[in-house]
Design a protein around this ligand. Sequence first.
Ligand SMILES: Cc1cc2nc3c(=O)[nH]c(=O)nc-3n(C[C@H](O)[C@H](O)[C@H](O)COP(=O)(O)O)c2cc1C
Length: 151
Amino acid sequence: MDGAEFFNHFNQPDVNLTRLRQISHLKISRSYEIRLPLLWSEALAGKINGSIAANTGVGSVAGILKCLLVGAEVVMTTSSLLRNGVGYTKILVDDLERWLEVRGVGSLGGRRGRMNRMNIGDAAEFKQKNYIKTLQSCKQSPWTEQEKMAM
Ligand SMILES: Cc1cc2nc3c(=O)[nH]c(=O)nc-3n(C[C@H](O)[C@H](O)[C@H](O)COP(=O)(O)O)c2cc1C
């Protein structure tokens, strides 16, 4: 295998209770959706025989950098181009070059995988500490009226 692409853009249908019909609207991605491909890119980088292409929710330099830092070799985007037009590719590349220049970073090579657990000491400790931090960050948020109606 030369590589694998990690993405999450499943058609997730809902049910219209008035019309008793299945609702399936394709929604283009939002930036928070980057988390699932980030999770799997981080978990599998260096463990599979081949490079990783991450996509879903990547629409800015921040998204590109996050994917590369956790270990992806390649980053892809579709929704950002549908939202902003094909010319947005150039904006992304220009923004990335500016980011590198401002920080005096010659290339992305040295950054790739830097935030992967394999490059951060004890992998088991990293996983456990992150899990504890995640639990501690949990905030309760009351349901919205719309959510109550849907239950
Ligand atoms: C309108 C639309 C058409 C797509 N068509 C294809 C396709 O033909 N083949 C494919 O592998 N992925 C297709 N995708 C999935 C995208 O390649 C991509 O994996 C997905 O949209 C997640 O990335 P994004 O968050 O940048 O949109 C399509 C996505 C959209 C929104």
